[in-house]
Design a protein around this ligand. Structure first.
Ligand SMILES: [Zn+2]
Length: 224
């Protein structure tokens, strides 16, 4: 409201959030059944990003679940809105000082998600974005890799193909059907990724968990 945008919760079809602007006034509509509350907060932050940054691009933004995880490869505008929301809700200095381990763990993620009151996904992406080591988060649904994000080092070194089937040697393969956690365990690099150039790295540590609420498996990859 201080910025001129009012947040309302209501019905939205096939989108998580929508921003409509008329001059200096705007309405941010958030899908009313967004759960848990951290997802709602992230969606508001995302629309505030459009509000502050994209006045000259469009007067209306309709943003989907995919937009909330978009990176620069997919959409510069959506990635900017996500960067804005991440920085607003999880300021870098506070976040980094709370990341106790350099490698992402589920215990660490739950604690940060709780502390900053954001979504699990946004917290995981923020972690790998700020990590100074090789690590990645991969989300798979029904045995297929849906999307992934790596730290800068990781993305320079490895490539994971979204759309591919999850390898049967991956921990994510075990948990997909059985609704539980796997790992951390060592897996060979080619279980998940292709090397972009020759590297003396042959294994990842993988921890995977199935989240019934989201119907996805999240895998955290790091180096042994
Ligand atoms: Zn958006």
């Amino acid at each position: 409201m201080a910025l001129g945008a009012l947040v309302v919760d209501g019905a939205l079809q096939s989108a998580e959030a929508r921003l409509t602007r008329k001059g200096d006034r705007g309405i941010i509509r958030i899908r009313k059944d967004l759960d848990p509350p951290g997802r709602r907060r992230f969606a508001i932050g995302h629309e505030l990003g459009h509000w502050q940054l994209h006045r000259n691009i469009s007067q209306i933004f309709v943003c989907t679940e995919a937009d909330m995880i978009a990176n620069y490869r997919r959409s510069r505008i959506e990635a900017e809105a996500n960067s804005f929301a991440s920085a607003l809700l999880m300021p870098e200095r506070m976040f980094v000082s709370t990341m106790h381990d350099s490698r992402p763990t589920f215990a660490g993620l739950y604690s940060l998600e709780d502390h900053f009151d954001t979504s699990l996904t946004a917290t995981a992406i923020r972690w790998v974005d700020l990590a100074r080591d090789y690590c990645a988060v991969v989300v798979s649904i029904a045995g297929k890799i849906k999307w992934w994000r790596g730290s800068e080092d990781f993305e320079d070194a490895f490539w994971i193909s979204a759309g591919d089937a999850v390898s049967r040697y991956a921990g994510a393969y075990e948990v997909g059907a059985l609704n539980r956690e796997a790992g951390p365990k060592r897996v060979t690099v080619d279980t998940w990724a292709e090397k972009q150039h020759p590297l003396y790295i042959d294994e990842f540590i993988e921890a995977s968990t199935y989240f019934p609420r989201y119907k996805f498996v999240m895998s955290l990859l790091s180096l042994p």
